[in-house]
Design a protein around this ligand. Structure first.
Ligand code: NAD
Length: 369
């Protein structure tokens, strides 16, 4: 069975879906690994490290795409690359097949067995494969560092000969994986940290990291550990209390998301106008439109003295560790396809009774298949 990794083609993408460590494990499992030269370079993994791990390096993407039974990627291959993948091959990565009609059509036309990892059910067994969580951790960490860089203030309290500096007040909106990492990071930098989320169970998690839970009196616990959408009245009340509170906040890091929907708009333009000059908002939810009305995805703007940043693909900025985690997640997932049966038959093994495969594969398969 040939496992292939080509260079990522999305602009600014530095991560790689296989590290020398996971390459070695794939080889130990009997796979032949074909990799495009320099595919790991932007994540600081050298070609030599991959050859030492047993990979065969090739110069061009096409040699990978046409040879692989199983292709691993971070972001989806571009249209040209999709057209070169061997018909019927398996493709594993953050594929967002519905985000781009041409991409979805190409996957269907090439009869690829596509596993968009963002579709993975979030069960206990899937935790070790959960790329959304591992990448969100890096994003939350980087978001706070960006905020600290943009802020015209210290985060920690300082007692100096030039007087005492009070610590910055940081509010983290949304306490999922990214939000909790943001809280932990801001805390380590010495800020006074608050977090809030519509899921009440986050209170304990925020407090365990040394943050204060901001209680806006609105709960929206939904099914399967996700948030549900708030009603109009609940939203209005949340907004009013939040607007008041933000007048005393120096830095906001936004991470609130509802799966499969645009990010909830939580910070209005009026709330931003009410904040102190020199305040900073870093909106990690920019990817899905942003939690702040003023956020421009991919851009940093200033409004009434408040800086609003909407950085994209923050996980890529921590490419070494983000790739290490991503690659381990991917290895754990593809291990399902590379079981003993696969080793015997020399073909990927698809157990469609396994919900992790059946629920992740795209397009959805009819039950009888
Ligand atoms: P996410 O990225 O989907 O959302 C981020 C956070 O935003 C969530 O905590 C959500 O409650 C919050 N949010 C949504 N609307 C909001 C609003 N209007 N105001 C304030 N906050 C709002 O979430 P995530 O990081 O992927 O994780 C969500 C939960 O799922 C976490 O508890 C996580 O531990 C859990 N989880 C479980 C598994 C597993 O068991 N396999 C895997 C991943 C995540």
């Amino acid at each position: 069975i040939t496992v292939g990794v080509a260079r990522e083609t999305a602009p600014g993408e530095r991560r790689v879906a296989m590290t020398p460590e996971t390459c070695k494990k794939l080889v130990a499992r009997g796979a032949r690994v074909v990799m495009q030269r320099d595919a790991g370079r932007h994540a600081s993994f050298s070609d030599e490290a991959y050859t030492d791990a047993g990979a065969t390096l090739v110069d061009d993407a096409q040699s990978v795409l046409s040879a692989a039974d199983l292709l691993l990627c971070v972001q989806p291959p571009d249209a040209a690359a999709l057209g070169q993948i061997r018909e019927g091959a398996a493709l594993v990565g953050l594929l967002a097949p519905q985000a781009d009609a041409a991409r979805g059509e190409a996957i269907v036309a090439r009869r690829l067995v596509a596993f968009p990892l963002e579709r993975l059910p979030r069960t206990t067994r899937a935790q070790a494969m959960d790329v959304l969580s591992s990448q969100a951790g890096m994003a939350g960490y980087k978001a706070v560092l960006i905020a600290a860089t943009l802020a015209p203030r210290f985060f920690p309290m300082l007692t100096t000969a030039a007087g005492t500096i009070r610590p910055s007040k940081v509010l983290v909106v949304g306490a999922g994986v990214a939000g909790l990492q943001a809280i932990a990071t801001a805390k380590r930098l010495g800020a006074q940290v608050e977090g809030f989320d519509v899921r009440p169970e986050t209170r304990e998690q925020i407090e365990s990291l040394g943050g204060r839970f901001l209680d806006l009196g609105v709960s929206a616990a939904g099914e399967g550990g996700y948030a549900r959408q708030l009603t109009e009245e609940e939203r209005a009340e949340q907004q009013r209390r939040l607007g008041e509170h933000l007048k005393g906040i120096d830095v906001i890091v936004c991470t609130a998301a509802v799966p499969g929907r645009p990010a909830p708009k939580i910070i209005t333009a009026a709330m931003v106008a009410g904040m102190k000059p020199g305040s900073v908002i870093v909106d990690l939810a920019a990817e899905t439109g942003g939690n702040c009305e003023l956020t421009r995805p991919g851009d940093t703007i200033e409004s009434d003295g408040v800086t609003v940043a909407g950085p994209l693909n923050l996980a890529s900025q921590g490419a070494v560790h983000a790739s290490e985690m991503y690659a381990r997640n991917v290895l754990n997932f593809v291990s399902l396809l590379l079981d003993d049966k696969a080793a015997e038959s020399g073909a990927l093994s698809y157990d469609w009774n396994d919900e992790l495969l059946a629920k992740t594969v795209w397009p959805e398969r009819a039950a009888s298949q």
